[in-house]
Design a protein around this ligand. Structure first.
Ligand code: NCD
Ligand code: ZN
Length: 335
């Protein structure tokens, strides 16, 4: 059995910087046509000069792999209309983090409501710059995303012309909110389609499956699977592949993030095949995102076959999901 995926897109990706960038960027650039690049560097990407320089470093790290890094700015509440107007030529979206909620988000926003953010959100609406949000409160860890849904809805109602992407959704509540507002969209990761909290902490603790938002309940995974497998037009794939060095994951104080970039397409093929939905994978992996972001990628084709592949234990010092295990599908050709 085989499938050809055209122009795969990863609509939420962490490429980091320096040595880590050199390790991970080629792994995404080989198989994906483009990706939305997260701005949570240290310090975060907040100026046009930083966007341009980071994009250049990514392009250098990905060489001739025909990969388009779609850049983002780290949301700040004092971006002016004129600044955003200039920035628009260099970015695809702006990413909003609640302060301190995840890796490198300390300088995020501490009070998220439609009035507090009016200045910047009105400018973004007018300039048609999409807003990507890490939607978690600082409540009890299993309830953080559920508690954020009313905030998504407040923003969606108050800025009807603003495209809002609920990033890496993990709950049934977020899935249900999608259909209530025409301007709400979502990315879904691979790992949240596969695991629940049981896989992370139900037995021996699995640091390489620890991420933000934390994997939730079985009914949440079911709700995510349903919209992904049917390729609901408002959902798209965003890996949230978030590499950390092995020592930072296997530590007292484990860094949050699952590294899935090198196995994402193979495991998605297996998942969609298992559910007899392989025909919908093209929409989930590329076509929906193209429509939502009005983006046309340059050609790339990835042929996958149902043929076992043993996942490497590490890529340099980063441990991927399924490290050392055999997965059912392999990439057999790239063009
Ligand atoms: C991400 C990271 O490491 O940058 N971590 C994660 O657990 N997903 C940040 C994020 O997307 O929340
Ligand atoms: Zn992320």
């Amino acid at each position: 059995m085989q499938i050809t995926l055209k122009t795969p897109l990863d609509m939420h990706l962490h490429l980091r910087d320096h040595e880590m960038l050199q390790t991970v960027a080629p792994l995404s650039a080989e198989t994906f046509s483009a990706a939305i690049i997260m701005p949570n560097l240290v310090p975060p990407v907040t100026t046009i000069e930083e966007v341009i320089a980071y994009k250049e470093r990514i392009s250098k790290a990905t060489g001739n792999l025909n990969f388009d890094p779609l850049m983002t700015l780290f949301f700040k509440n004092d971006y002016s209309y004129d600044f955003l107007k200039q920035a628009k030529a260099h970015i695809t979206a702006i990413k909003l983090y609640p302060a301190g909620i995840t890796t490198n988000s300390e300088s995020g926003v501490s009070s998220i409501d439609s009035e507090n953010l009016r200045h910047t959100l009105e400018a973004m609406s007018e300039l048609e710059i999409p807003l990507c949000i890490h939607g978690e409160t600082d409540g009890f860890v299993m309830d953080r995303e559920k508690e954020f849904v009313p905030i998504y809805e407040d923003l969606a109602k108050n800025y009807p012309n603003l495209k809002i992407i609920m990033e890496h959704i993990t709950t049934k509540d977020s899935v249900e909110a999608l259909d209530r507002h025409p301007n709400l969209y979502a990315t879904i990761t691979l790992h949240h389609l596969l695991i629940t909290l049981d896989d992370v902490a139900g037995g021996m603790l699995k640091p390489h499956l620890f991420c933000k938002p934390i994997a939730k309940r079985y009914e949440d995974r079911e709700a995510l699977l349903k919209v992904a497998l049917e390729a609901h037009p408002k959902v798209m794939f965003g890996s949230d592949s978030a590499p950390h060095p092995q020592h930072a994951k296997e530590a007292c104080g484990c860094a949050a993030g699952v590294f899935t970039a090198p196995i994402a397409l193979q495991v998605l093929a297996e998942l969609f095949e298992t559910h007899n939905k392989l025909d919908n994978l093209q929409s989930f992996i590329s076509d929906n995102a193209q429509k939502i972001y009005h983006y046309t990628p340059s050609p790339k084709a990835v042929v996958l076959e149902k043929k076992p592949f043993t996942v490497p234990e590490t890529y340099d010092n980063v441990v991927p999901m399924y490290a050392g295990e055999e997965i059912a599908w392999s990439i057999t050709s790239l063009s």
